[in-house]
Design a protein around this ligand. Structure first.
Ligand code: GRF
Length: 188
């Protein structure tokens, strides 16, 4: 089973996934793509000797990138900290095969621009008692695809956004690889 990763930033989630499947008998991370040529995620892929590519918005929109991704014959596309909306032709090419990790309990605290510390600031400002992660299928709207898995963590009123972010990121690192494995081993 082939996984293709998409990352826009540091790629700590991508790192966890590449490490988790490094010597897996049935599942292999075959490529990592980034929309940022300087994304540290690209360096992390190189360290795992996994093909890594950056792409322009032009290539993302005009089908060039889609053909390149298709050439890897992916069974699952994982958005591991990827901030662009997925174009319709990707959704049509990979129906129910694109998943995203969001650092909050959707449907609240989701949508365009809700990423990074903004999410955790909003959770804290709202006085939430808990937060967590949502792993979901991707559709044409930000963070609105069908939910696959959620895991909660406590929120302390004295938390800083950074402290909450770190607690949530730990959940991402722990559960995303395992959910990916379950999805790929349960699908025909
Ligand atoms: C994480 O907070 C994740 O929830 C969000 O983007 C961030 C990715 O971090 N989708 P990293 O690039 O995997 O370290």
């Amino acid at each position: 089973k082939h996984i293709v990763l998409f990352a826009s930033g540091s790629g700590s989630n991508a790192q966890q996934i590449m490490a988790y499947f490094k010597d897996h008998p049935q599942i292999k991370v075959v490529a990592l793509f980034s929309n940022k040529p300087d994304a540290y995620a690209l360096k992390r892929a190189e360290a795992f000797e996994i093909s890594s590519f950056s792409f322009t918005r032009e290539e993302y929109k005009n089908g060039v990138l889609l053909r390149q991704v298709e050439s890897f014959k992916p069974d699952l596309l994982v958005l591991a900290g990827f901030l662009w909306l997925i174009p319709l032709d990707f959704l049509q090419a990979f129906p129910n095969k694109i998943i995203n990790i969001h650092p909050a309990l959707l449907p609240k605290y989701g949508g365009k621009g809700m990423h990074g510390l903004h999410v955790h600031q909003a959770v804290l400002e709202a006085g939430e008692k808990e937060s967590g992660i949502t792993i979901h299928y991707v559709n044409e709207h930000y963070d609105q695809g069908g939910s696959i898995y959620q895991h909660t963590c406590p929120v302390d009123p004295n938390d800083t956004p950074e402290q909450l972010a770190a607690r949530v990121l730990e959940l991402e690192h722990t559960y995303l690889p395992r959910i990916i494995e379950q999805l790929l081993l349960s699908s025909p």
